[in-house]
Write a protein that binds this ligand. Sequence first.
Ligand code: DLL
Length: 435
Amino acid sequence: MAQNYYQKEIETMPVEDIRKLQSEKLVKQVKHVYENVPYYKNLMDEKGVTPDDIKGIEDLHKLPFLTKADLRDAYPYGLLAKPLNECVRIHSTSGTTGRRVVAFYTQHDVDLWEDCCARAIVASGGTNEDVCQVAYGYGLFTGGAGLHGGSHRVGSMTLPMSSGNTERQVQFMMDLNATILCCTPSYAAYIGEYLKEQGYTPDQIPLKAGIFGAEPWTEEMRRGIEEVLGIKAYDIYGLTETSGPGVAFECCEQTGLHVNEDHFYPEIIDPDTGEVLPEGSKGELVFTSLDKEAFPLLRYRTRDICVLSRKKCSCGRTLIKMAKPMGRTDDMLIIRGVNVFPSQIETVLLNEGYQPNYQIVVDRVKNNDTFEINVEMTPEKFTDKVSEILSMEKNLANAMKTMLGINPTVHLVAPKSIARSEGKAVRVIDKRKLI
Ligand code: DLL
């Protein structure tokens, strides 16, 4: 496929020029953060670094890291670098212990984010002739808004479907001839399955491409989706903290994701020592947002394990590539596209008067994540009346839904029936084999 670019000059810029651009932006950004974010200024002061020490990208390693714990500490406004009256939007992730991560955007931030998503859409072959069906969730989650904005920028006809209601998705897809589908890979596979069950063959489906991300997916899954829908399936990566989808995107080569490094500078570090690792090493991915105004995180540790590569790409883009994320350094699970931490489950159990003796079982059945939590009854709560057990399970599932944003199936089991481990408790059984 001949490659089109959304912002050719940037996407194909010689590496030395990108580096120069990054250095210029970084110097300004560090000053902006130092002057406007007391939380980060303190971190820099503690490390004995001032903005004068940062003359370019080569000095980035001198800056302190930010972690999710910092974001929680600083919740909600502690990392805000612009007055609220210059902000036009927030997005948010679900967070542990009830504290969410809230990211703020000025109009400039929304614009650059949408540009990043537009680059992804164009790299998948999208133009203003396309009909782009956005089936990521809309709302606080960044998926819907990001791809929606990107689709507008490209000038595609945008179908703002949000996720769910598969029958309606398929009806619009067919009636309005959707050509690009944007959703999580598991939802894409589910839609494919549904279409197949309805008797559609790939050549009867108008789609030509899909832009799928927000959760890990394998090459086997890619092949399955491509086959059932008759499309090319492209990966897209991002996180709420840096803006949302579009931090990195795949091109026609489908061998990794180009990082929009004019906006987000990536590093790979040793997660134990924090040491910056050379290109090609596997480690934790860290991003610095070079020109975001409202929520400009410097050296944010994503917890995603990854590899970066500058190998020449046949699409002509010079933007550095990241491999598909290969796991996480923490225990975060992504279930039906939602980030879930075992600690959130523990918090609910303690709030509801249970002990944190539980096991999470996640599986994928017919491309749908199943999510079960086995919880031990406490001797005080013990009952053998079925109606009481059912009602307790329902209450607990509701409390989990409030905390997590998705619905688990809760099974209450007898006290002391969950195997105790001699070492680290095995809290999660993930049967999906996603990596
Ligand atoms: O998932 C943003 C997004 C929306 C990306 C739509 C792509 C498409 P969060 O909910 O904050 O943001 O979750 C971010 O999800 O740190 C990764 O662990 C994981 N993740 C995101 N994209 C991918 C991907 C959005 N393509 C966290 N492959 C990240 C694997 C991904 N994991």
